[in-house]
Structures are given as structure tokens and as C-alpha cells.
Design a protein around this ligand. Structure first.
Ligand SMILES: [Zn+2]
Length: 158
């Protein structure tokens, strides 16, 4: 939790970003980035030891076991399989410069599925059933002087 002085500095920083670039930047962007480090950098999710269930993104409570579930932090598998994908031609704000790009639903096994960008892969190799592995890439830049987000994307390996 940020103290009042830190919140004020953050607010001034965000205001400067908006003034400089005339863009909207969510007030929780920096803390959100920090909170997402374990998930984005290490594919860290959670695991219920009581019922052997994996969760990604992480949960604090197992929906099957409720209070009886013993939740621990666990890294998710780094190899998966594309189960569905699309080629994006009109990107979201902040991703326009990357179009066209692939967005895929990847099955990591153990019941874990995630939506991710597929990069560094030939068009011919991006298909349902393709094996992919996690790689570390820049996700986006909030602004020229704002935070740069890094995290996982996936690449076809065969
Ligand atoms: Zn459980």
C-alpha cells in the first residue's frame, strides 16, 4: 500500500504523462504492473494441494475446496499446445504497431489455459495443435516516459 506522499508523487507523475502525451493512463497502472510481475515474468499461478488443481492466474482460494484447500504458489508449465488462434489485423490501443499478430488460446496441461500472443513464428507454423514455449518479451509501453511492461508471449517450437 502506498503512503500518502507516494500516492501524491505517483499522481503528479501520471498527470505529467497525461499532459505530455494527452493520453489516458489508469491511475493504478504502476502498482498493477508490480503486482503482475510473478505472473507475467514466471508464469506463477497457484496450486491446491488438497485437490490437485492448478490455477492461472493465481487464486487465493480453491473454488472446489474453499477454506479446506491448501493453496501454494506454483510456476505453470512453459510448454503448451495451441487449441485455437486468430490473426489480429486491427490491434488494441498500444498494440497497433504490431499488427498483424497472432493471439492464441494455449493449453499448458494440468487444466491451465491462457490467452497469449504468438511471436517469432512463421505463419505456416501457427496452427491448432502446434507446440509452443514461453518466451519473455516487451508487452507494451504506457507512454514514452511511463513504465514498460514485460511478460510472457509464446513461440512455436514444432
Ligand atoms: Zn482444492
Amino acid at each position: 500500500m502506498l503512503g500518502e506522499a507516494e500516492q501524491q508523487r505517483l499522481f503528479i507523475f501520471i498527470k505529467k504523462c497525461e499532459d505530455l502525451e494527452g493520453i489516458f493512463m489508469p491511475y493504478n497502472a504502476l502498482p498493477l504492473n508490480w503486482r503482475k510481475f510473478p505472473e507475467r515474468y514466471n508464469l506463477e499461478g497457484s496450486y491446491c494441494e488438497t485437490c490437485d488443481t492448478y490455477y492461472f492466474p493465481a487464486r487465493v482460494l480453491c473454488h472446489k475446496c474453499r477454506r479446506k484447500g491448501k493453496i501454494v504458489t506454483k510456476e505453470m508449465p512453459r510448454i503448451g499446445t495451441i487449441i485455437s488462434y486468430t490473426k489480429v489485423h486491427v490491434g488494441l490501443k498500444g498494440f497497433e504497431h504490431e499488427t498483424p499478430y497472432y493471439l492464441a488460446l494455449v493449453d499448458l496441461g494440468k487444466g491451465v489455459k491462457l490467452l497469449t500472443q504468438i511471436v517469432d513464428s512463421d505463419d505456416s507454423k501457427v496452427k491448432v495443435g502446434a507446440k509452443v514455449k514461453k518466451i519473455f518479451r516487451k508487452i507494451n509501453e504506457g507512454s514514452k516516459i511511463g513504465p514498460i511492461s514485460y511478460g510472457y508471449k509464446f513461440k512455436v517450437i514444432k
